[in-house]
Write a protein that binds this ligand. Structure first.
Ligand SMILES: [Zn+2]
Ligand SMILES: [Zn+2]
Length: 195
């Protein structure tokens, strides 16, 4: 028997199969004409009702498509543009020089977090992973534990951090001297020759 709810494609492959079977081992119960009749009845009935359904819904589909899909498409395109903009905004300048072309490298966001990428992209595709912050010695002493402070590089540039880290988490900005106000500055300069 022919199952219900066959697609046109399935029906055609079934027909092919039946025809093939007929050539190799003819099914005794079906003559060619009854086979075609069965298929025709089922097929045309199904197609007719499908076509009716399509006709009935066609206008509806088209309306839905224009009403829904068009704004959706616009929104999607906008989102794509914004994503690009946001991605570009996330690019951060660094003072690291590309070892391939000499241009400065920038910090970019990738799937696995941040990484250095050449600002010459796409001409230069050089990238490198972010290394652990480089530690430089300083002659400053930690005011919490007395250990020497080291210079570390963070997101906002260099800063002083206690070498006892992580035991001591003391940090301070590099310019640790009390900020000199404008007036004081002039006074200091005036006093300088007398010293
Ligand atoms: Zn480069
Ligand atoms: Zn310390």
């Amino acid at each position: 028997m022919i199952p219900e709810n066959l697609t046109e494609g399935q029906l055609l492959s079934l027909l092919e199969l039946l025809v093939e079977q007929r050539f190799t081992q003819p099914p005794p119960r079906y003559t060619e004409s009854t086979l075609v009749k069965i298929l025709n009845v089922k097929f045309s009935a199904k197609m007719e009702s499908n076509l009716d359904k399509i006709e009935q819904h066609k206008a509806g589909y088209e309306e839905t498509l224009t009403k829904f899909y068009q704004p959706f498409k616009t929104a999607l395109e906008k989102a794509k543009e914004q994503k690009k903009e946001i991605k570009n905004e996330l690019v951060e300048k660094t003072d690291i020089i590309c070892d391939k072309c000499g241009r400065p490298m920038v910090l970019r966001w990738g799937k696995n977090g941040r990484f250095y990428a050449c600002s010459g992209f796409p001409e230069c595709k050089n990238t490198k992973p972010i290394e652990e912050p480089q530690v430089k010695q300083s002659d400053e002493i930690c005011d919490v534990c007395g250990a020497p402070m080291v210079i570390k590089r963070g997101r906002f540039g260099e800063f002083l951090a206690c070498s006892n880290y992580p035991k001591c988490k003391n940090t301070r900005p590099i310019s640790s001297a009390a900020p000199i106000k404008k007036g004081e500055n002039i006074l200091l300069l005036q006093q300088l020759p007398q010293m």
